[in-house]
Write a protein that binds this ligand. Structure first.
Ligand SMILES: [Zn+2]
Length: 293
């Protein structure tokens, strides 16, 4: 399987999961993975659950997290969901190369939806000189997200480590200001492309529902970071801004995906990040698609 671009259809829409690369979360740069993404998990339960995924907390020393953006061709619009991490690390910023490899130039994209303003989702907004990477695009973001990252509030509420995120936002958000549409309720962005409220991971984190001919794709972005979060929806990550809200959002979106039998795209799951969600006990389970291409 191609690990950079994965093509699929949602009704009449031509879609692609496009890799921006990945980042390895490991000491000494980062704490051990389990402490980052399951920060409140009780030790014994964590060992048992990770064991079911062939992982052991002490020996699980690195988490290689893919960064997977979504491209949707609706025939009338070419829509990109998130711009990747840009120059965050040598292993990221591959989005443009991967788009070009399938014949898509940055100029071709007319709509960019930013699910939230963390570095791995907005880092590709600008190039190394600070110029807009996608010069013809209109941007869409949740209003609360824009307000948070462009206000004084962010600096006060974020700890020292998270200030790196703020620096990224301060570099990658102002250049899109004049071409930005903010949404503050669930609404259709374009025919077949809908903004879905998904707050918690960040104040205005947003999911995107794509639908065509009664087929559904729910792009849940960072509502969950690892497949174990479906089974243990109460386990949140240190980077989750409002843990209580994260858990409520997870339950609402995973339930929606189950009921609608939607295909789901999760930004940090193993490439291409696509699968279905099935109910399991009081939680859910991830069923990755079996890629054909
Ligand atoms: Zn992310």
């Amino acid at each position: 399987m191609d690990t950079d671009v994965y093509r699929f259809k949602v009704g009449d829409f031509e879609c692609m999961a496009v890799s921006d690369g990945s980042l390895t979360y490991a000491p000494p740069m980062f704490p051990p993975p389990a402490t980052i993404i399951f920060s409140n998990a009780p030790t014994e339960v964590l060992a048992r659950v990770l064991g079911e995924h062939d992982l052991q907390p002490e020996q699980w020393t690195e988490w290689i997290s893919p960064y997977t953006c979504l491209l949707v061709n609706t025939a009338d619009h070419l829509v990109l969901v998130d711009t990747g991490a840009g120059g965050l690390a040598p292993s990221t910023g591959r989005l443009i190369l991967n788009l070009k490899a399938v014949g898509i130039e940055p100029d071709d994209i007319d709509t960019i939806i930013l699910t939230h303003a963390h570095p791995d989702h907005i880092g590709g907004n600008t190039d190394s000189e600070g110029k807009l990477t996608f010069p013809n695009a209109r941007y869409v973001m949740w209003k609360g997200e824009w307000d948070f990252w462009t206000s004084e509030e962010a600096a006060l509420k974020l700890d020292e480590h998270a200030k790196i995120m703020l620096a990224f936002a301060q570099r990658n958000l102002p250049p899109i200001r004049d071409r930005l549409d903010l949404v503050d309720h669930e609404t259709e962005i374009l025919p077949g492309v809908r903004a879905v409220a998904a707050p918690g991971h960040t104040p205005g984190h947003m999911a995107v529902a794509i639908s065509s001919r009664r087929q559904q794709l729910l792009c849940i972005s960072d509502t969950v970071l690892h497949p174990v979060h479906l089974e243990q929806p109460e386990w949140y990550a240190v980077v989750d801004f409002d843990p209580k809200q994260v858990v409520a959002t997870r339950r609402r979106l995973l339930n929606k995906a189950t009921v609608e039998k939607a295909l789901v795209l999760a930004f940090h799951f193993p490439f291409p990040g696509l699968g279905h969600v099935v109910q399991k006990g009081t939680g859910w389970q991830w069923r990755p698609i079996e890629p054909t291409g």
